[in-house]
Design a protein around this ligand. Structure first.
Ligand SMILES: NC(=O)c1ccc[n+]([C@@H]2O[C@H](COP(=O)([O-])OP(=O)(O)OC[C@H]3O[C@@H](n4cnc5c(N)ncnc54)[C@H](O)[C@@H]3O)[C@@H](O)[C@H]2O)c1
Length: 377
């Protein structure tokens, strides 16, 4: 029997609206044990709230998140606020006994993430996950299956990347994501790092050491009145990690960049091993590249993946998959796992993985100072 679950959103900005739209497209899923109903939305900015009136199931709009925490009919929260507020809001949600999908990076820095994880310890009654949707692209899942099967043999090297280019324009106005006090000293790693690390983590790849090159490429941007204000975040981060696999260590390169000319939200995974290889990039969302040696020839071949992801949808199998489909799939995984019905589907990132990502970002900050590889505890 399908069970209704009331959902509340805290933070009705870019991702709050994206999630509202995804939940409203739930009928696209062929079969799911849960039916989410967006019931409440909170944003401190009252001008953000009227947009959500278009969703018939919304019964509460508020500028105070405590109204949602105190609402017993809300079972699940989605929290998507600037990074300096993660700790306060996630701790409050835990204290109120709410299950939630929290946006990455789960705290502005490592100590904040540690405090969130400490609060979760002993709260086995709560179901909490970290938002990270990109591995739900069918090509990413196909790459994960191939690597997980062991078919590529001993891994020689792997690369995970998430690349943006919107910050190439130096006249783009400042916002909270470009200010260390609000976004964190980890800068772009806090924005894009969890996305790049989610799939490697699920494959069991955890770097024990990291060497990092961090670039602050734009020092100032126009502020609200047009005059220049400091833009004190790292735009680009290139990390070379050592993964100590059972059959030998290999380099895992993680690239997260806000200034990667030509790449617009390009998420990529690539791994080559002694017996094969695989590469998927959202720049070519329908195509997985596979490497094999056939009759002595070294062959990279293209496999078309189509639209079907972890949870089957009504979308024709030959059609293209996109970002909003990935968000829907992540929610399907979150609510299925919460209901104990994930089966073989790809799971959402866990709070423990969000903490592990912070440990890597922290090692990267240390490495940028020491200009040497730093251990990841
Ligand atoms: N999963 C993804 O692909 C993805 C993409 C972009 C951003 N994010 C993450 O989502 C989170 C939010 O990013 P965004 O792009 O939606 O930002 P945004 O600036 O568009 O929206 C944030 C919203 O939070 C509101 N807000 C601020 N303080 C609040 C409070 N105390 N209570 C309630 N609302 C409050 C703001 O008014 C704003 O509307 C961040 O953690 C970011 O890293 C994730």
């Amino acid at each position: 029997m399908v069970r209704d679950v009331q959902v509340g959103i805290i933070g009705g900005g870019l991702m709050g609206r994206e999630t509202a739209a995804a939940l409203n497209r739930w009928a696209a899923l062929q079969d799911h044990p849960v039916r989410p109903r967006l019931a409440a939305v909170c944003d401190v900015d009252p001008d953000v709230l009227p947009w959500f009136e278009r969703i018939e199931t919304v019964r509460l709009l508020s500028t105070d998140y405590r109204d949602l925490l105190g609402d017993d009919r809300l079972e699940v929260l989605y929290i998507a606020v600037p990074h300096h507020l993660h700790e306060e809001l996630y701790l409050a949600a835990i204290e109120a006994g709410k299950d939630f999908l929290g946006e990455k990076p789960f705290g502005i820095d490592l100590p904040a993430a540690e405090r969130i994880l400490a609060a979760l310890r002993g709260r086995g009654d709560l179901f909490v996950r970290c938002s990270s949707e990109m591995p739900y692209f069918p090509g990413a899942l196909a790459a994960a299956r191939l690597i997980g099967s062991g078919a590529i043999g001993r891994v020689i090297e792997a690369n995970a990347a998430f690349l943006h280019s919107s910050d190439l324009d130096p006249t783009k106005p400042i916002n909270w994501k470009r200010q260390a006090a609000l976004c964190g000293r980890i800068g772009v790693m806090g924005d894009l790092g969890m996305h790049a690390l989610h799939l490697p983590f699920k494959l069991g790849w955890r770097p024990s050491r990291v060497y990092a090159l961090l670039q602050d490429l734009v020092a100032e941007r126009p502020g609200p009145d047009g005059s220049s204000v400091p833009c004190d975040t790292i735009e680009n981060a290139t990390l070379v990690g050592t993964v100590d696999a059972a059959d030998g260590p290999f380099p895992l390169t993680v690239e997260v960049k806000r200034i990667a000319p030509g790449d617009m939200n390009t998420w990529r995974i690539r791994a080559v091993g002694m017996a094969g290889g695989v590469e998927f990039s959202t720049a070519r969302p329908k195509t997985v590249r596979r490497f094999a040696v056939r009759d002595g020839d070294q062959v990279w071949e293209h496999v078309e993946t189509g639209s079907q992801s972890a949870f089957p949808t009504v979308t024709g199998a030959i059609f293209e998959f996109g970002f909003s489909d990935a968000v829907l799939q992540m929610w399907a995984a979150f609510l299925a796992e919460r209901a104990g019905a994930l089966d073989e589907a790809f799971p959402c990132a866990t709070p423990e993985e969000a903490l592990a990502a912070h440990r890597i970002f922290d090692a990267a900050l240390r490495s940028a100072r020491s200009q040497a590889a730093e251990p990841v505890p």
